[in-house]
Ligand binder design. Structure first.
Ligand SMILES: *Cc1c(COP(=O)(O)O)cnc(C)c1O
Length: 376
């Protein structure tokens, strides 16, 4: 059996090696490392895949969030609501820009932001909501969009973990994660569902004026060469990464279905086990299983992790400390116990290996060892 990893990018590369190598060699041949034709080509293929008017490639998923907030003209003092249970980047850029992060709790079943908590946190200073489509399925966008319309708020969807997830509205219409709100952001960090071989990110929008603004901010606030209209940043996707992404995008649907079939296999073995709660699938969103995350009931989590690791099976805890309990976000507004669902999840979640190269033998090995641990 091949060694089990959380993600296995080396094996994935072996399967598409000739295509990837020739895509990269092309860039070396023309040496247009920055803004080469691969960047435009990838932008166009992703626009068509996501059915969105504008994709603005940038350097990483954290920049994507930052540039989105800058382009929307958010100002110090403005409040931005986001989930207390997410990766730090989501909230970090809010603070970095001098905006006020307002954390709210999540649903215990889907791990995604709770719209009633959003509604309760709105003040006259609220300007935007950042729903995170955590672990691979969309937040409750129908309710979130209703709230945004009612209170005239921007929606910035953090789609770093959910590229390709599809949301179905009550009227039957469907949209991809990241193309529903005012603007969507994503990351192409190597281990994400669509990952490059370094850092990368992108911003999505259907708004032409906003797209111009996003492009300008990514490029030093430059409207024409050496004409700078606003203070921007330097955030680019380079040609080699774009070449890799354009190759891998062709496989994204295949990769996603493989992840879903692994999740189904995990679900089947863990169903009806009183020590485990399998991840709930939302009724309105597909799940692209960036992570397969269990909730443990009455199980010693560190004991389990150590046992699994002794069998050569990595497990990860996403995320062990809620944002409001992090030193960096220390704030008199926050106390332990304020976000009970987030705190409960941080104490009991565990994510199992999940990637495009996992096979049945490996899944069986993971599940049988996990069940073994629970028996003792
Ligand atoms: C990975 C991730 C990011 C940041 O992406 P980088 O490319 O690493 O900057 C932001 N938000 C979420 C939810 C993520 O998982």
């Amino acid at each position: 059996m091949k060694p089990i990893r959380m993600v296995d990018l080396a094996t994935q590369y072996q399967h598409i090696k000739s295509e990837i190598d020739s895509a990269i060699m092309n860039v070396l041949g023309h040496s247009g490392y920055i803004n080469g034709p691969e960047v435009k080509a990838f932008q166009a293929s992703l626009e068509s895949y996501l059915n969105v008017k504008h994709v603005i490639p940038c350097a990483n998923g954290t920049d994507a969030l930052q540039v989105a907030m800058m382009a929307l003209g958010l100002k110090p003092g403005d409040e931005v609501i986001t989930a207390s249970f997410t990766y730090v980047a989501t909230a970090e850029v809010i603070s970095l820009l001098g905006l006020t992060p307002v954390l709210v709790d999540v649903y215990p079943e889907t791990f995604n932001i709770d719209p009633s908590a959003i509604e309760a946190a709105i003040t006259p200073k609220t300007k935007a909501i950042v729903p995170v489509h955590l672990f691979g399925q969309c937040a409750d966008m129908e309710s979130i969009m209703d709230i945004a319309r009612k209170h005239n708020l921007f929606i910035i969807e953090d789609t770093a973990q959910a590229i390709g997830a599809e949301y179905t509205f009550k009227d039957g219409s469907k949209k991809y994660a990241g193309t529903i709100g005012t603007v969507g952001t994503t990351s192409f960090f190597p281990s994400k569902n669509l990952g490059c071989y370094g850092d990368g990110g992108a911003i999505f929008t259907n708004d032409d004026a906003l797209a111009d603004n996003l492009r300008m901010i990514c490029n030093h606030g430059q409207s024409k060469l050496y004409t700078h209209d606003v203070i921007g940043v330097n955030s680019r996707l380079d040609s080699i990464q774009a070449a890799v992404l354009n190759t891998k995008l062709k496989y994204l649907n295949e990769y996603t279905s493989h992840r879903v079939s692994l999740a189904n296999a995990y679900d089947k073995v863990f169903a009806n086990n009183s020590n485990l709660t399998t991840p709930k699938r939302s009724e309105s969103s597909t799940h692209v299983f960036h992570q397969y995350t269990l909730k443990l009931n009455g199980v010693d989590r560190m004991g389990l992790k150590t046992y699994m690791e002794s069998k050569g099976i990595p497990c990860m805890i996403y995320y062990p400390i809620p944002l409001h309990m992090q030193k960096a976000f220390k704030d008199e507004r926050y106390k332990e116990g304020m976000f009970p669902v987030t705190e409960m999840l941080c104490s009991c979640v565990v994510s199992l290996p999940m990637h495009t190269e996992m096979d049945e033998e490996q899944i069986n090995y993971v599940t049988s060892n996990l069940l073994n641990y629970l028996k003792n």
